[in-house]
Design a protein around this ligand. Structure first.
Ligand code: NCD
Ligand code: ZN
Length: 344
């Protein structure tokens, strides 16, 4: 490895929103260009709650990425009404790899989410038996809890009791954003992993307000203080196998972001691995990027690591200020800024 070129085993994205329709046609090939596999989030409208819907969704993604070897790994959206039999179908399908838990109302398209965790105990029991991982949007929705504390409170109120009740259920605490998230994952020696996004490694909450309110830096869980960003960088670059790459790339149209009630979500698929390279380089830890991006997630989910490699080079380029989708636009992460790394 020279300092201006880095070749790593092909990475995977363990938390991704591909949307559907025209948006998916545009964004799925961007992910397929970089990543071998991705865990695809089910929060469409309507959400993907059944194995049959997941199969159709998977087929449309495969069509949109036909000229690559990209493998979409599907998830089911857990609701209060999810049947235990649906978990059996998911297992039998072999292409559904996890079930996603959104607390109702926690984030974009989460209104069909779970209202009380005990409503889904029978389903979690079956997932534990069948070894299907549970992916957690780890934030409480309690209006009395400060928005910056919702992850930490989720760990205390929901996650700790849940792990005691289902110790053999594999769980991923998705897009962790706090020191408390890191510390909790480190306190658990099995069946728990965590994904970390590029924006939470690169930015702290000042970015939301720099020079005026910036809706393109609004995502959930919301960006936190600098001490939390530092804790995430330390975890991601530590080589600890419990932490792995999950972009949470979540495209919304410009109009839906720049509105009086803008949507949460940051789109990063256009330069995902480059954003992580920048964060790891700033931490002096480029040598740890491969393990975080290409090994830990595959190992956690029980997939073989890829044999193919990708190369990223030190080659400054300017990120487009906008990306067109039909008549609409997406404003990508770091729009108009110069990025020092580029995938070859
Ligand atoms: C995601 C989305 O837009 O679907 N938004 C986000 O801010 N991360 C949903 C989610 O993962 O919370
Ligand atoms: Zn997400």
């Amino acid at each position: 490895m020279s300092s201006d070129s880095l070749t790593i085993i092909q990475p995977d994205d363990w938390h991704l929103h591909l949307r559907d329709g025209e948006m998916m046609q545009l964004v799925a090939p961007m992910t397929a260009k970089q990543f071998g596999r991705a865990i695809v989030m089910p929060n469409l409208r309507p959400p993907i709650t059944t194995a049959d819907q997941a199969l159709k969704y998977r087929e449309s993604i495969l069509k949109a990425t036909f000229d690559s070897e990209f493998l979409p790994l599907m998830t089911l959206y857990l609701t209060d009404n999810t049947e235990v039999e649906e978990i059996d179908k998911a297992k039998a399908s072999s292409f559904i790899k996890a079930v996603k838990y959104y607390p109702a109302g926690a984030t974009t398209n989460s209104d069909s989410g779970v209202t009380r965790i005990d409503n889904v105990y029978p389903v979690l029991e079956r997932m534990q038996d069948l070894a299907i991982p549970l992916l957690l949007h780890g934030e409480v929705t309690d209006e009395h809890v400060d928005v910056f504390d919702r992850e930490a409170v989720f760990i205390d109120r929901i996650l700790i009791p849940l792990r005691q009740k289902f110790p053999e259920l594999k769980m991923v605490l998705e897009h962790i954003t706090t020191q408390q998230g890191v510390d909790y994952v480190l306190s658990q020696d099995k069946n728990l992993g965590a994904t970390i996004t590029p924006q939470h490694l690169l930015l702290n909450r000042n970015a939301i307000f720099k020079g005026g309110i910036n809706p393109h830096h609004y995502c959930l869980p919301i960006l936190k203080r600098e001490i939390h960003r530092e804790a995430l960088v330390k975890a991601a670059t530590s080589g600890d196998p419990r932490f792995f790459l999950g972009t949470d790339s979540a495209p919304h149209t410009q109009i839906n972001k720049e509105s009086a009630c803008g949507c949460a979500g940051i789109f990063s698929a256009h330069a995902a691995i480059e954003f992580y390279a920048l964060a790891f380089e700033r931490a002096g830890a480029l040598h740890q990027l491969e393990a975080f991006a290409s090994f830990h997630g595959a190992d956690f989910y029980g997939f073989s690591r890829h044999s193919k490699t990708i190369t990223i080079k030190k080659e400054p380029w300017t990120i487009p200020s906008e990306i067109n989708i039909g008549k609409a636009k997406i404003i990508p992460f770091m729009a108009g800024e110069e990025l020092s790394w580029k995938i070859s």
